[in-house]
Design a binder for this molecule. Structure first.
Ligand code: G6P
Length: 616
């Protein structure tokens, strides 16, 4: 999985490719490379590490080169083969005529590799991708097939997923792209063509877009393009879509890290969602109107997502069941695809995704669509694959999220789910008008914003507590009900950016196993709202305390009991259930952020991770 950008036009391709790669780094950042055709040779520059390394390498060579207007580029998140220079894309075939970048996984790479080795083809990398470019080269160099036919012949023999762009020195005016399972977008401008694994590297140049479907290829030659089938040499009629989407420049403002900036942005992002999605007696989710009849009469709901978005789904389940009394199942997208869920046209499937490009989530949507479900996307990126492949949806609109650890997108997802649950409850009449009015009390929104601000103002004291625990090797995060997913999310944030092992558990379940881990060195973070679970959670704290575990409490309660039990206590303003979830989440985001900073970790681009995982 990874990011692809390619360009054909009159301009020097390198600045376009490098700026595109930077926008795609959310898909992987362990190595990057570009290939262009210079003086009838494929010229490749690759580097292990981030796009910056590649940029430095290119800039140091560049003065002596005419880079030309045809190039392909890639940023990688390793699947097959270590993240080093040798395994970075673009890859070359043996004749060094053909070069390719690839997203996805070629599942039958092993038998193809054996076949090619038997034909005296030697391999330079450990990747599945090199097998594909060598196979194209094998067909092409036999001399019977032209470039396009060779690409088609090779693609017909591979299993798995691909989004590829290929160059051939014998065709210096040509670029071929194809996809199956891995999204690709073609951008068109007078005399210029752009290809991206999503629109982010393209939108600043053109808004005329063609989304390739599975088994389609784009053949770009001189000033023309054709969309064809991978199966047969037939042209397919395809509509050019005009997209209306801008990507803001990436700017950290006064913050050292994007994650820190994005945590602080939550005052605005949550405030905007609250204001935009509500009037004093109704919820506004226009993206669902066309399907609302079916949604409100559905007999069950599945929520499917990955990572942080899955945690938002757990909170959504609680809210929807509580308000609208519809059964909700929450499943990891990667499991949803293969399990035996009962889905039909009376089922709503909500797919939640910040990026809208997560491969497992897309596969879950495809399955739900196949079964006739009403698919809803809750997604932050308009024009993304999730937005396009679900029947209807709601954009979280919290702005570009760059830090790999999701923060503002999570709280935006929860806010949208909160409104979805209220709207459904209203339609199903499971909530009285007077209760609904309480939930939609617009005069509360400014108070909510003030509460978030007051939590952010506590960051100095949160930092101090975080620094105290920076050397712990394991953490437990414990919460109940709506705050169990908050515990899971707190633990995930810590793992992602500080590499400290952390587990989230329902507070009471902790005694069925995890308590064996507790000793005097182990910090235990309890999320304790003053609600009906309060007394029980106090008992859970006592259970850890009597085993000498360290107790960190996040609460809205000023009780002396909690103060006596806690080694450290972080107090948030007294508020509603929904807002407590948001406030506690922000505390835990700051807590893990400051631990990661104290440990000197790469907060925005932690090791081994990617912002969006585009392979299954
Ligand atoms: C990756 C990211 C997580 C994210 C998950 C789902 O694992 O590192 O931060 O929560 O993907 O991504 P999505 O874009 O679908 O919400």
């Amino acid at each position: 999985m990874c990011g692809i950008v390619a360009y054909k036009g009159k301009k020097d391709c390198y600045p376009i490719l490098l700026s595109g790669l930077k926008k795609l780094e959310y898909r992987g950042y362990d190595s990057a490379g570009v290939a262009s055709i210079i003086n009838n040779k494929i010229n490749i520059t690759k580097r292990a590490g981030k796009v910056k390394e590649l940029e430095n390498a290119i800039n140091s060579k560049k003065s002596s080169q005419n880079c030309g207007g045809l190039g392909i580029a890639h940023t990688r998140w390793a699947t097959h083969g270590e993240p080093n220079q040798k395994n970075a894309h673009p890859h070359l075939d043996q004749s060094k005529k053909i070069s390719l970048v690839h997203n996805g996984i070629i599942e039958n790479y092993d038998p193809i590799k054996k076949f090619l080795k038997s034909k005296k083809i030697t391999f330079k990398s450990d990747t599945d991708t090199e097998v594909l470019v060598q196979l194209i080269g094998y067909f092409y160099n036999k001399g019977k097939l032209d470039f396009e036919q060779s690409v088609r012949a090779a693609l017909q023999r591979v299993d798995g997923a691909y989004g590829i762009v290929v160059l051939n020195v014998d065709f210096p005016e040509m670029m071929i792209a194809a996809r199956r399972g891995s999204p690709l977008v073609l951008g068109i401008k007078e005399g210029e063509f752009f290809i991206g694994s999503d629109i982010s590297p393209i939108v600043s140049y053109t808004q005329q877009i063609i989304y390739l479907n599975d088994s389609e290829m784009a053949v770009i030659n001189k000033n023309n393009y054709q969309i064809k089938s991978v199966e047969k040499d037939v042209a397919l009629p395809k509509k050019v879509e005009k997209i209306d989407y801008k990507i803001d420049d990436f700017d950290k403002g006064k913050f050292k890290h994007f994650m820190h900036k994005e945590i602080h942005e939550q005052v605005t992002t949550i405030g905007n969602t609250l204001k935009a999605r509500s009037t004093k007696n109704s919820v506004l989710l226009h993206g669902l109107s066309e399907y609302w009849e079916e949604i409100q009469s559905a007999d069950k709901i599945y929520i499917t997502a990955c990572g942080t978005s899955w945690h938002a789904g757990l909170i959504g389940k609680n809210l929807i069941e509580r308000f609208a009394k519809v059964p909700v199942h929450v499943e990891y997208a990667s499991e949803f695809r293969y399990n035996h869920s009962i889905i039909d046209n009376k089922t709503v499937v909500i797919a939640i995704s910040q990026s809208g490009e997560t491969a497992d989530t897309l596969a879950a949507i495809a399955k739900a669509n196949d079964y006739g479900a009403i698919t809803i996307g809750i997604c932050n990126v308009p024009g993304s694959s999730v937005s396009r492949e679900t029947k209807c949806g709601v954009h979280t609109r919290c702005g570009h999220e760059i830090g790999v650890a999701s923060t503002k997108a999570f709280t935006a997802q929860i806010t949208v789910l909160y409104f979805f649950a209220l709207k459904l409850a209203d339609s199903k009449k499971t909530m009285t008008k007077s209760v609904m009015k309480k939930y939609l009390d617009l005069s509360m929104w400014p108070k909510y914003m003030d509460d978030i601000k007051s939590v952010l103002k506590k960051e100095k004291s949160i930092k101090k507590i975080a620094e105290k625990y920076q050397n712990a090797s394991d953490f437990l995060y414990l919460g109940r009900g709506l705050n169990f997913p908050v515990a899971l999310e707190g633990a995930l944030k810590l793992k992602e950016i500080s590499y400290i092992h952390a587990e989230g558990y329902p507070a009471a379940e902790m005694k069925h196993g995890p308590i064996a881990l507790v000793d005097k060195n182990m910090p235990n973070v309890f999320i304790v709202p003053k609600d009906k679970t309060y007394d029980k959670i106090i008992s859970n704290i006592e259970e850890i305390k009597s085993r000498k575990g360290k107790i960190i409490i996040v609460t809205d309660s000023r009780d002396k009991i909690l103060r006596d039990l806690a080694d450290d206590l972080i107090l948030v303003p007294k508020t509603t259930h929904y807002m407590f979830v948001i406030l506690a989440t922000i505390v835990l985001q700051l807590f893990s952020y400051f631990i990661a900073v104290a440990k000197g970790c790469d907060v925005d681009q932690p090791r081994n991770l990617a912002k969006s995982v585009t392979v299954e």
